[in-house]
Design a binder for this molecule. Structure first.
Ligand code: UDP
Ligand code: MG
Length: 342
């Protein structure tokens, strides 16, 4: 029987501190799984360099010379985690039966990749890694993330609770994913829409060992906002509802003030006037802003820009006999390939 070809896709952005630990650990994992006959020895690790400004690509490339499992995909510039992940998934699809995506900081427990593969053999096309507890996250990150899931659920978007982008996708699932043409791709929301037989594996999330998080608060908020507005029109309905409500309210107040006027007890009324101006003005601004958000999305979709551009791809590059290279020869090769990409 032909063994399963697994590719592990790892998006990397400025991960020079983390990679020297990540790469050997993942290589070891692949070797163990191959030894167990769970996967084929054609399995690969695909590191996607998302336009890093440090030595990330150099590390990936040179590791690729040493281990036949390590491959690299260099994107032309930084396109963000989600798009880098997609680049990796689509590049890996052709030569793999299933693909696992994991972050470079290995906060997700790599041991459960074995369980992913077992589930794949049981016929699952999608396997979600789900965090048991969020002990290692800060209180702030934990609560904001939980609020996010609750809001999304309230808006009718089905997300897998406490699941980040640590999952297994079969080749079939990735092919179907490719048919979702939208530019504002929010993978965690899209993947459940693919359907097929799916399952969940639980694990404990660990702490980031080196380097800093590439998701500061600003990016996290942008990510959550994108997630909400690219999936649901509920916010726009909500604004409509508020508008309607304040209109009714103003009618009631209007008649009350008119009655007061006819009874001859009018007040100067500056306060109520100025407050309503602010109130209505604010509501209108919210409404316009939200509509603008959706129009912005339509604008982006209409342009159909590519989500990423590949610079160098060592998956399809003839790699010379690794074991025989000196350090200097490795350097020269690296220089040549980098130039070829330009
Ligand atoms: N990442 C990326 N492009 C970016 C930002 C992040 O490819 O623009 C990668 C990063 O290298 C890491 C993963 O996405 O492998 C998740 O980032 P991080 O661990 O910083 O996020 P957190 O776990 O703190 O949410
Ligand atoms: Mg992380």
């Amino acid at each position: 029987m032909r063994r399963t070809v697994l590719t592990i896709v790892v998006p990397c952005y400025n991960e020079e501190e983390m990679l020297p630990e990540t790469i050997p650990r993942l290589v070891q994992l692949i070797e163990e799984l191959v030894a167990e006959s769970l996967i084929s020895d054609q399995s690969k690790l695909l590191f996607v360099d998302d336009g890093s400004k440090d030595l990330t690509w150099e590390i990936i490339y040179k590791e690729g010379l040493r281990s036949k499992f390590v491959k690299g995909l260099k994107l032309s510039r930084n396109v963000g985690h989600q798009n880098a992940l997609l680049a990796g998934l689509y590049a890996a699809k052709e030569m793999s039966d299933c693909v696992v995506s994991i972050d470079a900081d290995l906060q997700d427990d790599i041991k459960v990749i074995r369980d992913f593969v077992v589930k794949f053999h049981e016929g699952c096309e999608i396997v979600y890694g789900v965090r048991k507890r969020r002990k290692t996250d800060t209180f702030f990150k934990r609560t904001t993330a939980q609020c996010f899931y609750k809001i999304m659920k309230g808006l009718g978007v089905e997300l897998v609770y406490n699941h980040a982008d640590f999952r297994l996708l079969s080749r079939r699932a990735i092919s179907e994913l490719e048919r979702f043409k939208e530019v504002n791709l929010f993978l965690r929301g899209i993947v459940p829409l693919i359907g097929f037989k799916s399952d969940v594996v639980y694990y404990d999330r660990l702490q980031r060992k080196a380097g800093r998080t590439k998701y500061p608060l600003k990016k996290m908020i942008a990510f959550a906002f994108d997630g909400i507005t690219s999936f649901s029109v509920s916010p726009i309905r909500f604004v409509l509802f508020i508008g309607f409500f304040s209109f009714l309210l103003s009618l009631a107040f209007g008649s009350y003030f008119l009655a007061l006027k006819f009874l001859g007890s009018t007040q100067t009324g500056w306060t109520s006037l100025i407050t309503s101006i602010w109130l209505i003005g604010g509501l209108q601004l919210i409404a316009v802003g939200l509509i603008g958000e959706y129009i912005g999305k339509i604008y982006k979709e209409a342009k159909q820009r590519p989500k990423y551009i590949v610079d160098v791809d060592t998956l399809n590059l003839p790699i010379p006999n690794r074991q025989l290279l000196s350090e200097q020869e490795e350097d020269e090769l690296y220089q040549n390939v980098s130039k070829a990409g330009k």
